[in-house]
Design a binder for this molecule. Structure first.
Ligand SMILES: Nc1ncnc2c1ncn2[C@@H]1O[C@H](COP(=O)(O)OP(=O)(O)OP(=O)(O)O)[C@@H](O)[C@H]1O
Ligand SMILES: [Mg+2]
Length: 295
């Protein structure tokens, strides 16, 4: 690992560390997962295990070359896709399909255009009202609180077309968080936004994660965004995708820090450098296998 700095940990080391048994089944567990589309292998033999620590979800960012299988990994956890080989377990159980314990937020705003902000946020609560166990007043209260938390107070009665891109993405986040998913899956959630809005949304997301503590998997193309958002960062190899680097200790905490302020700090600059170097080595086509065989 000498060439990329001591803070970037190859996946082999992580698998050894996570061999100790947690008390609860892992919140997400991939066991030798391969996905093929016809003769094309999108991801190959991916294994990881995310511990289920009570009230303490991990925030994992995934970066990697285009087409390396990042969305495929999210789709497997969401239950939109089944593995060709291996097992995907959520809370110790194979994933049969989508469920309200997992919420997905996409790059394109995914709110219902014919519903107001409040109706959008209430939607999942109404559909799952028996499982969630909230009466009408309880559902309204939760929707109102979430709308406030994502900074949309005063916009409750607007329709998505009356909102900016950033505001629409706030609706999608509030709508997804309303059913309190244990796992939040985000696929390039801010990449359609302009830079100032994107920075605002990054800060909002870190704050929400800190308060609500879901386990978050977030795919992004931006190293700076990944370093700011994540407490753990994976870099995937080119397809067939595998986790080439699992970087944890090098990532400084960003709670309470606006992104621009964070980016000026030496520890963020160092982390960005470590990640950029590791990413570059992946792009230069070294495979996970060759890195794992390094001393
Ligand atoms: N339904 C499908 N049928 C055939 N090939 C697919 C299908 N879905 C994905 N692929 C291929 O699998 C590979 C991984 O796709 P995936 O969408 O996971 O990549 P990605 O890492 O998210 O890429 P990007 O950064 O461009 O979003 C790609 O080469 C893609 O073309
Ligand atoms: Mg993708």
């Amino acid at each position: 690992m000498g060439a990329i700095g001591s803070d970037a940990v190859p996946i082999q080391a992580v698998l050894i560390v996570s061999a100790s048994k947690p008390a609860e089944p892992p919140v997400v567990d991939f066991r030798g997962v391969t996905v093929r589309f016809g003769s094309f292998t999108a991801i190959h033999d991916v294994s990881f295990s995310i511990e289920d620590v009570p009230n303490r979800g991990e925030f994992i960012c995934i970066i990697g070359p285009s087409g390396c299988g990042k969305s495929t990994v999210l789709n497997l956890i969401a239950g939109f896709l089944q593995p060709t080989e291996g097992q995907v377990l959520v809370a110790g159980q194979p994933v049969p399909g989508p469920g309200r314990d997992r919420g997905m937020i996409f790059q394109q705003y995914s709110s219902f255009p014919h519903l107001t902000v409040t109706q959008n946020v209430l939607f999942g609560l109404e559909i799952n009202k028996h499982e969630i166990g909230l009466d009408r007043a309880g559902r309204s209260k939760r929707a109102k609180e979430l709308i406030e938390q994502v900074g949309l107070g005063g916009h409750e009665h607007k329709y998505p077309h009356q909102l900016s891109g950033g505001q629409q993405q706030r609706v999608a986040i509030a709508r997804t968080l309303a059913t309190e998913p244990r796992i939040l899956l985000m696929d390039e959630p801010f990449s359609a936004l302009d830079e100032p809005t994107r920075l605002e949304m990054q800060e909002l997301l870190v704050g929400l994660w800190h308060r609500l503590q879901p386990t978050i998997f977030c795919v992004t193309h931006s190293v700076a965004e990944a370093v700011y958002l994540a407490e753990r960062l994976w870099i995937f190899t080119k397809a067939p995708g595998q986790i080439a680097y699992d970087i944890r200790d090098a990532i400084p905490p960003s709670i309470g820090l606006p992104p621009l302020e964070a980016q000026e700090r030496p520890e963020f600059k160092k982390a960005t450098m470590v990640v950029t170097e590791a990413f570059r080595s992946v792009l230069e086509n070294s495979t996970a296998k060759s890195r794992m065989s390094r001393p």
